[in-house]
Write a protein that binds this ligand. Structure first.
Ligand SMILES: Cc1ncc(COP(=O)(O)O)c(C=O)c1O
Length: 370
């Protein structure tokens, strides 16, 4: 039966970028007590977005507007660009897939960081791109080394998330501006700004809207708390943005997601309040980590990487013991980042579970096997 598949599809491993918490719950036979592993916004979406989605639910018999007209115009006004600069899609994950489809053929060189967001790697591999990965430097992605590698490999795509997942670190916008100025002519920069809404002042670079070598990626999944509604967008020069129309799923956005995102974008007060609560939660996670002899890394996102102070095997044991106690968290995949566990931020009741489970998980991870 697999004879119908392309040689590339046949050769692909049957791996997934992330195992979902629902899968883990089914395996364990019970629900997690706290869901802090997927960098969702446990604070939830704006009440106005919920009301808009509730109203749209009754109209869900209709397809969504294939042009995403209202959302595109609202996003354009928000960013001071024209609607022709905006591409709306079902999450950054889907937009990354479309970008790979538009730009890659088997063997085309692509550069990213070793341990960076795995879904990008998943899509590059799906189109046969030749990945080259640059190590992190001091828990940050390394712009200069990424540029050097892009030059050395002739990379067509260079992917960088700022702020970064999984470490939560960030570079000031000025560093990204220098990077953009130094891009080799053959390289398109994919600047994943999933956490832009939550980043400290000065993190977002100024890049000309018509820049031919940069696609910025944004999402309603993080600060706006709409991960399950699947709404993301790209900002790009109109010529590049138009290319998405050749390959995108024109009815891929649900009416409910469109309505929710439109209302969420308008509710700046909700976003500001989420940001304040995230800052308080970051401080609490750092206190909990400190009380357990661990160090929370500085974070520009809605999650915190907590350095467990030993190697990846130890952090993996802490992770497993946390999962077994009903706390869903994740961790970076490669050394030396994998000395950390990664904890999404949320309101006090879920952080209470983290506070309760962490010392137990650490004790169990430290205890001699047997
Ligand atoms: C860096 C980064 N990009 C993209 C995404 C996914 O965004 P979306 O929900 O819009 O697909 C995430 C989610 O964790 C992320 O951390």
């Amino acid at each position: 039966m697999t004879g119908y598949l392309t040689p590339l599809a046949r050769a692909l491993p049957s791996s997934v970028p992330f195992t979902g918490p629902e899968t883990l719950e089914r395996r364990q036979g019970r629900a997690f007590r706290a869901r802090l592993g997927a960098n969702e916004s446990v604070f939830g979406p704006s009440p106005l977005a919920i009301a808009a989605m509730r109203a749209a639910a009754a109209e869900a018999w209709m397809y969504g507007d294939p042009e995403n007209h209202d959302l595109k115009h609202a996003l354009a006004a928000h960013h001071g660009v024209t609607p022709a600069h905006v591409v709306v899609g079902p999450g950054i994950d889907n937009l990354l897939n479309l970008i790979c489809r538009l730009t890659l053929e088997p063997g085309v060189p692509v550069v990213t960081s070793l341990g960076a967001y795995p879904t990008f790697v998943f899509h590059v591999e799906g189109f046969g791109g030749a990945l080259s990965r640059v190590p992190y430097r001091d828990d940050h992605e390394d712009p200069q080394a990424l540029l050097n590698r892009a030059r050395a490999t002739g990379a067509r795509l260079l992917y960088l998330a700022n702020p970064d997942n999984p470490m939560g670190s960030h570079h000031p916008g000025a560093v990204i501006e220098e990077m953009v100025a130094a891009l080799p002519a053959h390289t398109l920069l994919l600047l994943d700004e999933a956490y832009a809404d939550l980043a400290p002042e000065g993190t977002l670079p100024r890049i000309a809207a018509d820049h031919p070598q940069v696609i910025r990626l944004r999402t309603f999944s993080k600060g706006h708390g709409l991960a399950g509604a699947r709404v993301g967008y790209a900002l790009a020069a109109p010529e590049l943005a138009r290319a998405f129309d050749k390959v995108r799923d024109h009815f891929g956005m649900s009416r409910i997601g469109q309505a929710g995102a439109l209302a969420a974008l308008a509710d700046r007060d909700w976003l500001a309040s989420v940001k304040r609560r995230i800052e308080a939660a970051r401080a609490r996670v750092a206190r909990i980590a400190g009380a357990n002899g661990l160090r929370a890394l500085p974070s520009a996102t809605n999650f915190v990487a907590v350095d467990c102070g030993k190697d990846g095997d130890f952090a993996r044991r802490v992770l497993e013991e946390s999962l077994a106690r009903g706390l869903f968290i994740r961790m970076p995949g490669v050394a030396p980042l994998d000395r950390c566990i990664r904890v999404s931020l949320g309101p006090d009741p879920v952080l209470d579970v983290f506070e309760e489970v962490l010392p137990q998980a650490l004790a169990a991870a430290t205890a001699p096997a047997g």
